[in-house]
Design a protein around this ligand. Sequence first.
Ligand code: PHE
Length: 365
Amino acid sequence: MDYAVTREQALARISAAQDLGALEALRVEFLGKQGSISGLLKTLGAMSAEERQTTGPLIHALREGVTEALATRKAALEGAALDARLASETIDLTLPAPAAPRGSIHPVSQVMDELAEIFADMGFAVATGPEIEDDWHNFTALNIPESHPARAMHDTFYFPDKDAEGRDILLRTHTSPVQIRAMLQQGAPIRIIAPGRVYRSDSDATHTPMFHQVEGLVIDKGIHLGHLKWTLETFLKAFFERDDIVLRLRPSYFPFTEPSVEVDVGFAIVGGKRVLGGSGDAPGHGWMELLGSGMVNRKVIAAGGLDPDEWQGFAFGAGIDRLAMLKYGMDDLRAFFDGDVRWNAHYGFNPNDVPTLSGGVGTTA
Ligand code: PHE
């Protein structure tokens, strides 16, 4: 057998292989288990020692030559396949970028950002307090003693245990305990808002067991109701982005303010919907209750460690969810907390739109 001829023929067929499939078929034909060259190798065993000495190297050389030729051809075919793909696949960089999936800012977060922006402009800092409170901060220090009916009215969620000082632990029912914490921590004067979650055992279309409030507190010398009215008017005009917001201050009662003032805002009925603005006394208009406020009770100032003869102040508390519903037109509070991505996408805000007084506090949904 002329191994040189066998080799020539094999190499010619390998270099003629047009694709990787054909090349693989040749590899099997020559070197596979039943392959022709594998068959030649098996004949070595039956040979005499002499014959094996001359023929063995020839067969091994044949196998090596074929193996090498297969590898060379394989690399060449793969290179050609890559070149062909690179030539056929192109990206048109002048096309607009595809829409990237994006999250959105929840209306509650949006309104909190708007509040921070509006009040920062009036010199207020943002304060926070714990959602797990004790009954002294949530009630007693705010002039709501143990027997006070307001404790029952608040539908409080209590924890089974007491804290180290023997106080009942609860989920705060309002943001007002932050008033106490701010006074104890920073002393006077104070100008803060405190937005956050609050909890009451209550549930229907306008009440959820968890909701959001913003507390406002100013403590300084010579503070009076006029400052409260101006601050709320300035805030509400900026928030609703209307100059014709009209407030009505009604006498009310909160244990932690004296006097206490309920604040109503005038609205008109336009196309069956309530639109804020104008006096509620005008024909076709009405008043809606918006927030509670008042001059901080002397007892509360004392509980905050300050001398009520030296320091006075006002406080207010408003529902953030309600402010969001009024401004952005949702009518069911429960949907706020369902986490439905369609609701979030519809009512949510672009994360790149940061509310600013110069750019508008949240007009672009
Ligand atoms: N904490 C009161 C509430 O939750 C609101 C309020 C705050 C009233 C501050 C007066 C002053 O209803």
